[in-house]
Design a protein around this ligand. Structure first.
Ligand SMILES: [Zn+2]
Length: 419
């Protein structure tokens, strides 16, 4: 069998399926070694005797599984440049983005979506989930044009990315049985995820119950934007957990934001997180948008507005990180790059070193949250392995490091037998 040596690579041992068999030397919290590359993937630390992998110069690279982006909005991305420069809170951002929808032609959606997918491809993303606003116009149940455009884009422009689409109506719309049935049927017919946003809506309990019932009927995954606010009385997450427990829904269920958890502490927080873990409900933190929109006042914010990711992980909840909004009314900056999101989360959520401990939130655990089987470094094929030109993870998170799939190096493994 063809095999090559990839010299002086660092890799997170936590993302190996069989670390004892893989080998390598500890280099601080990360491991280092010359890796044996075969057409099937990375076999482990090389015993020697194979030639260098062609097309690779210099030493010091980071090997990772391909990344997962669990939460973006490709219908909204890259609209900031044409919006009035107003800023404001979440409701102001929703209003500004609503006004922009007059520009959302097929061509506009395709151009912006293609740009976002190109960013994800360059970042090394293999799996992604985008939300799609749903519920506009005279017939709020009608399928929005972004839903179809993004399906086509996912097929045409992102051969290496498996793009999931989740509908995003207000939860009140799902409380209407006829509307909910129609939306869920369309989502199921078109291979989507049943999503909704929940923020103190009047009919949230009925809508959440309908979402679980329809997801069960159609075999759909669920995804909620829930409790994206620091005010008192937000109970969306509690209602979702109660419904998950009552129905014994087998998932996957992913809750994004849930920053109401920041208001909880002690036994109350432990009970909520314990219920999440027991119900198998995953949690996605979205620091960029929350830092920008929450705790708004006249000047500098006095609170962060992010969810309790560390406590959730400790309680056994599957946790992940998403980019959320990129250059739109909700956040004027950003890039569809999970390593950039993880780098921002380090100060925003106090993710302490060793940094390798947090990689699962943009790789394996992010995949689990989407209902995708997670791949490990020693189980993935070369096209699903990512080689970053960075000497360690801190370097990769501090600046955008060039990266490419392992399969892009040298002659295609399997064709040029060298040993
Ligand atoms: Zn979002």
């Amino acid at each position: 069998m063809a095999r090559w040596i990839l010299r002086d690579v660092v890799f997170p041992r936590a993302l190996l399926a069989a670390p004892q068999r893989f080998g390598g030397q500890a280099a601080g919290p990360i491991w280092r070694g010359d890796l044996l590359v075969t057409p099937e993937g990375v076999a482990g630390v090389a015993p020697g005797g194979a030639p260098d992998l062609p097309g690779v110069a210099g030493a010091g690279r980071l090997l990772l599984p391909a990344l997962t982006e669990p939460h973006v909005h490709l219908d909204k991305a890259f609209t900031a440049h044409r919006l009035p420069p107003a800023g404001g809170d979440l409701l102001a951002a929703i209003a500004a983005e609503e006004a922009d929808k007059a520009h959302w032609t097929d061509a506009d959606l395709r151009a912006r979506g293609a740009r976002a997918l190109a960013e994800m491809r360059a970042a090394g993303v293999a799996h992604a989930r985008t939300h799609v606003d749903w519920g506009e116009g005279a017939d709020p149940t009608a399928t929005p044009r972004a839903w179809s455009v993004l399906r086509e884009l996912g097929q045409e422009h992102a051969p290496g990315i498996r793009l999931q689409r989740a509908c995003l109506p207000a939860i009140d719309l799902l409380a209407d049985p006829a509307a909910a049935a129609r939306i869920a049927a369309e989502v199921a017919r078109d291979g989507g995820v049943l999503g909704a946003w929940v923020l103190g809506h009047d009919r949230r309990a009925e809508g959440i119950a309908a979402a679980f019932a329809l997801a069960d009927r159609h075999g759909l995954a669920l995804d909620f934007h829930v409790d994206e606010g620091l005010g008192e009385g937000l109970d969306g997450l509690a209602l979702i957990l109660a419904e998950a427990r009552r129905t014994r829904f087998e998932g996957p269920v992913l809750c994004g934001h849930a920053i109401s958890l920041a208001r909880l502490a002690g036994a109350e927080l432990a009970a909520m997180l314990g219920a999440m873990a027991e119900a198998g409900v995953a949690l996605c933190a979205l620091p960029a948008t929350n830092l920008f929109l929450q705790a708004r006042g006249a000047g500098t914010p006095g609170a962060r507005g992010v969810t309790r990711l560390t406590e959730a992980t400790a309680a056994g909840v599957v946790t992940c990180l998403g980019a959320d909004n990129v250059q739109d009314a909700f956040y004027p900056l950003g890039r569809h790059d999970p390593l950039l999101t993880l780098g921002l989360a380090v100060p925003a959520l106090h993710l302490d070193p060793p940094l390798e401990a947090h990689l699962a939130r943009v790789t394996t655990d992010a995949a689990r949250a989407l209902g995708v089987r997670p791949g490990m470094i020693d189980t993935l094929p070369p096209e699903r392995l990512l080689l970053c030109e960075a000497q360690d993870l801190a370097a990769a998170l501090s600046a955008p490091a060039p990266r490419r799939p392992l399969s892009a190096l040298g002659p295609p493994p399997g064709r040029a037998a060298t040993t």
